[in-house]
Design a protein around this ligand. Structure first.
Ligand code: LRH
Ligand code: MN
Length: 424
């Protein structure tokens, strides 16, 4: 479905005056409002190709209707999200779930939809039907050199797909680890994994990066061979300047201080970027900001402080990606909510009074420091994010537009109810 822009203009017309009243009031309170608006307009979040259909758990999957049944239809869906919020200008592909049959036509379709190809993701956490050796006991860590070789070749293959598409980074998430004490020699597993990553690293094009994604547990439940930020940073430092640590918000042990991890990885110049989602217990892959919106704000607060300290370009110097799975929500509605939550947290971080906060920190005025952060968090900045959308030709309220215009019903009319999207 290609959305007719006039439908968006007509919708915005209905809401323009109410929006202007709210925005004008808010703008009068923010001294760098134009700078903030431009940063919001420039900020793009990559949509995961594996999260455009209904996900499931080992207990069940309740299929949705009108899902994308091909890579072309997945691009259409990301194009639709981008038309609605002008903040979803990239797609992150997972190989082999999304191998393009024809690079030229996929690139042409993406260009027509205003989409870039963000990081490509390898997959050595499943055995493909035509695969010779199994990854049951790991891939890059495996005790058997032939299995490691197979996994290395897959990652090199994924880079080739990425180069064809114009992507500039490879994300490596390894399910490797162990389920029981004694099952694994941790040192050998680390060294096998490092040597394997070094072979992959050696094939990276000059202007490419490799993102090493860590995870505390699942699908292994005793140890993970890239189990936390420290281990990932160890790999990234030993690999070289093109290797970075990717932070998936759902990959931490309970109560981890993710904003502190982000601050230190940024300080070291080794932060790759993010897989945004939210969780209450494990790697729940829930809608961004749906469980811990204050933590998301605190993470963006560290990001803006740390990126400005290194004069980094907010929009392009880090990887901004969503990684979610939708069990009970419409995938597109869930992703619209997630992008909104990310833009809101970024807007909040951009409007924190940094001079006052630094002064409070220097004075150990703990109360003032908290008040400065919470005043911003408790200020409704939604009109600011909506204004950025209005100025970039998007819908003032994307989710409401999606529902009012019954876009899911239109997708079902086009695709039927039986199409199933590859992915999680
Ligand atoms: C692992 C993970 C990884 C992806 C997968 C789909 O939990 O976060 O980033 O490869 O989800
Ligand atoms: Mn992830």
């Amino acid at each position: 479905m290609i959305l007719d822009k006039n439908r968006i203009a007509e919708f915005n017309g209905l809401h323009a005056s109410a929006h202007k009243r709210k925005f004008d009031f808010l703008a009068s309170e923010i001294n760098n409002v134009e700078d903030v608006l431009q940063k919001l307009i420039d900020f793009q979040v990559a949509i995961p190709s594996w999260a455009l259909g209904t996900g499931g758990t080992r207990f069940g999957r309740f299929a949705g209707a009108g899902e994308p049944g091909s890579l072309e239809q997945k691009l259409e869906d990301v194009g639709l999200l981008h038309a609605l919020n002008q903040s979803s200008g990239a797609i992150s592909l997972h190989i082999p779930w999304d191998i393009p049959e024809n690079y030229a036509s996929i690139k042409a379709q993406a260009a027509q939809l205003g989409l870039q190809f963000d990081a490509v993701n390898s997959n050595t956490f499943q055995d493909q039907k035509d695969q010779e050796l199994s990854y049951k006991f790991g891939s890059l860590q495996h005790v058997n050199k032939a299995v490691r070789k197979q996994a290395i070749e897959h990652n090199i293959d994924v880079i080739k797909h990425g180069v064809e598409l114009g992507s500039k980074s490879l994300t490596v998430w390894l399910s490797d680890g162990s389920c029981f004490p004694g099952q694994l020699n941790f040192r050998k597993a680390f060294q096998n994994t490092l040597e394997s990553l070094q072979e992959i690293y050696a094939t990276l094009p000059e202007d490419w990066k490799v993102f090493v994604e860590y995870k505390a547990f699942e699908p292994n439940f005793y140890s993970m061979t890239v189990g936390d930020w420290g281990q990932s940073l160890l790999y990234a430092n030993k690999l070289g300047p093109k290797a970075y640590t990717l932070v998936d918000l759902g990959h931490h042990l309970p109560n981890a201080n993710i904003e502190q991890i982000v601050s230190l990885l940024l300080m070291e110049g080794k932060l790759a970027g993010f897989h945004f989602n939210d969780s209450k217990y494990g790697d729940d892959d829930l809608t961004v900001g749906s469980i811990k919106p204050y933590q998301l704000f605190l993470i963006f607060n560290e990001l803006v402080e740390g990126m400005d300290a290194r004069a980094m370009d907010h929009a392009t110097d880090l990887g901004w990606m969503i990684d979610a799975s939708h069990n009970v929500k419409d995938p597109l509605e869930d992703l619209l909510q997630s992008v909104e939550a990310i833009m809101l947290a970024y807007a909040q971080a951009l409007t924190v009074d940094r001079k006052k906060l630094n002064a409070a920190q220097e004075a150990n005025d703990v109360v003032a420091a908290q008040e400065i952060l919470q005043n911003t968090f408790r200020t409704d900045l939604r009109p600011l994010v909506a204004e950025a959308r209005l100025r970039s030709g998007a819908a003032l309220y994307p989710l409401q537009f999606f529902r009012d215009q019954q876009l899911r019903a239109e997708l079902i009319k086009e695709r039927g109810t039986k199409t199933i999207a590859t992915g999680l």
